[in-house]
Design a protein around this ligand. Structure first.
Ligand code: ADP
Ligand code: F6P
Length: 320
């Protein structure tokens, strides 16, 4: 193994740069050459590759986003796109690839590996934390802390105006981010796609709370759990309370990665290169119960990651 490539793909996540840095520095330490692919699979298909040096990754460990840029690329879902991507690998003499991204990017990584026979290692990076085979993905902790900071601020105005606030957080079609943030924020309710909720019950509990003097409430709602504006209108109609919606949006995707996001990025980047040097491929690195592990790449989506319902029930106890 003499020459490898590193790619960031899909939704960007804080910590991707720390992962790029770990891949490059580990590879150079072991005498490998490293090529950076720009703009995810789009760049791979179009042959946008550049040599990376120690200096290429200086001063980026603390930066959100990805210096390699990222993109979403429908062509990679088709055989033709995968073939073009393989062609780029062969043309550039690339003998190993590290793909940093979420579950969609890891699906592309698996296809690239199967089509080329070239070792490919996936590093799970997404604010959604919706990748099986790792307890946490790079960026999830940072997004959770960013959202928490925003909710703590919103709580001030909710209290002052005695309003109910629905705060919509990202997470695509899963509730991991909403549950993590809602519990930390002390939200009265957390709405996630995985667990059915009753607006009637929520309204009754809001009215009960108000009778006991709790005149403002925070509801954290995952974007995949429904239409937050519709939920707000319905609660206002049934209770007569002032209800406001705050959609946090893309602020959750940026900012300096937390220590934990950087920790994951560093150990994952190092482990990915170590696996390539050993000639391993078709794997995804992860962390389970504090230990770095490696699963077959397709486990990332076939391993259906479950929401921790015990945490969901705990929030109901702590919020009352
Ligand atoms: P994320 O990796 O953050 O989950 P996406 O789901 O958008 O983001 O996937 C990122 C990119 O990975 C897509 O734009 C596409 O290029 C590639 N990809 C996603 N799903 C597949 C698939 N089933 N087969 C091949 N490539 C895929
Ligand atoms: O996958 C990360 C994510 O931020 C999701 O939480 C969100 O639904 C999606 O990306 C937004 O996609 P885009 O960046 O293409 O608008």
């Amino acid at each position: 193994m003499k020459r490898i490539a590193v790619v960031t793909s899909g939704g960007d996540a804080p910590g991707m740069n720390a992962a790029i840095r770990a891949v490059v520095r580990t590879a150079l330490f072991h005498g490998l050459e490293v090529l950076g692919v720009e703009r995810g699979y789009k760049g791979l298909i179009e042959g946008q590759v550049d040599e990376l040096t120690r200096r290429s990754v200086s001063g980026i460990v603390n930066l959100g986003g990805t210096v390699l840029k990222t993109a979403r690329c429908e062509r990679m879902k088709a055989r033709e796109g995968v073939a073009k991507a393989v062609e780029t690998l062969r043309k550039n003499g690339i003998e190993g690839v590290v793909i940093i991204g979420g579950d969609g990017s890891l699906r592309g990584a698996w296809k690239l590996y199967k089509a080329s026979g070239i070792p490919v290692i996936g590093i799970p990076a997404s604010i959604d934390n919706d990748v099986a085979g790792t307890d946490y993905t790079i960026g999830f902790d940072t997004a959770a802390n960013t959202a928490l900071e925003a909710i703590d601020k919103i709580r001030d105005t909710a209290t002052s105006h005695e309003r109910v606030f629905i705060i919509e957080v990202m997470g695509r079609n899963r509730g991991f981010l909403a549950l993590q943030v809602g519990l930390a924020a002390g939200a009265e309710f957390i709405l996630v796609p995985e667990i059915r909720y009753s607006l009637g019950k929520i309204c009754r509990e809001l009215e009960e709370a108000r009778k006991k003097g709790k005149r403002s409430s925070i509801i954290v709602m995952a974007e995949g759990a429904g239409d937050s504006s519709e939920v707000a209108r319905e609660i206002a109609r049934r209770t007569g309370y002032e209800v406001r919606v705050s959609t946090l949006g893309y602020v959750q995707r940026g900012g300096p990665p937390t220590a934990f996001s950087r920790h994951l990025a560093s150990v994952f980047g190092h482990e990915a290169v170590r696996l390539l040097i050993k000639g391993r491929g078709g794997l995804m690195v992860g962390m389970e119960r504090g230990r770095v592990v490696a699963h077959r790449l397709d486990y990332a989506w076939r391993g259906r990651k479950k929401l921790d319902r015990k945490l969901y029930r705990l929030n109901a106890i702590l919020a009352t």
